[in-house]
Design a protein around this ligand. Structure first.
Ligand SMILES: *[C@@H]1O[C@H](CO)[C@@H](O)[C@H](O)[C@H]1NC(C)=O
Length: 141
């Protein structure tokens, strides 16, 4: 082979490797972790999360305690949805805790939430993005 062909071969090999990398990344399935921390003012928090097929059970959290669950999101048909019921003394709310289009890019696949009386806040590299509770009439679960 002359040196031009060698360079061409090398480029081709590099290109193929690059292509392999790019197409391979989204196919590797990674589990997502959702973390929920009770930040209520001196109140126990009762959490019950579900998706359309599974009920993850009823969890009681003391103040500052964290509950987490893991799952594989559906990368091909982005529709993974987990919703939770949150209740405490005089509090009763629902929230969609994992919505794929909103949460697919959580920090290292960990979506961290802090639960306050006013609503849940998503932790993003130290800062909080707070949401309102879902409307009570929005879903009957
Ligand atoms: C919960 O954590 C906050 C912040 O770290 C702290 O100020 C507070 O005293 C803790 N509360 C309890 C009941 O542990």
């Amino acid at each position: 082979m002359d040196s031009f062909s060698k360079i061409l071969c090398l480029l081709l090999v590099l290109l193929l490797q690059l292509k392999g990398k790019i197409t391979a990344t989204p196919i590797i399935p990674t589990k997502v972790t959702v973390e929920i921390t009770n930040k209520l003012n001196m109140k126990h928090l009762i959490v019950n999360c579900k998706d359309k097929n599974n009920n993850l059970g009823v969890i009681e959290l003391y103040v500052n305690e964290t509950y987490s669950f893991r799952f594989y999101p559906n990368y091909f048909f982005p529709q993974t949805l987990y919703f939770c019921h949150f209740s405490w003394l005089y509090g009763d709310h629902h929230f969609d805790i994992y919505v794929e289009y909103r949460d697919l890019w959580c920090n290292h696949n960990v979506c961290s939430w802090e639960i306050f009386e006013k609503g849940p806040c998503k932790i993003k590299s130290g800062s909080r993005q707070c949401f309102a509770w879902d409307k009570p009439s929005a879903k009957i679960k």
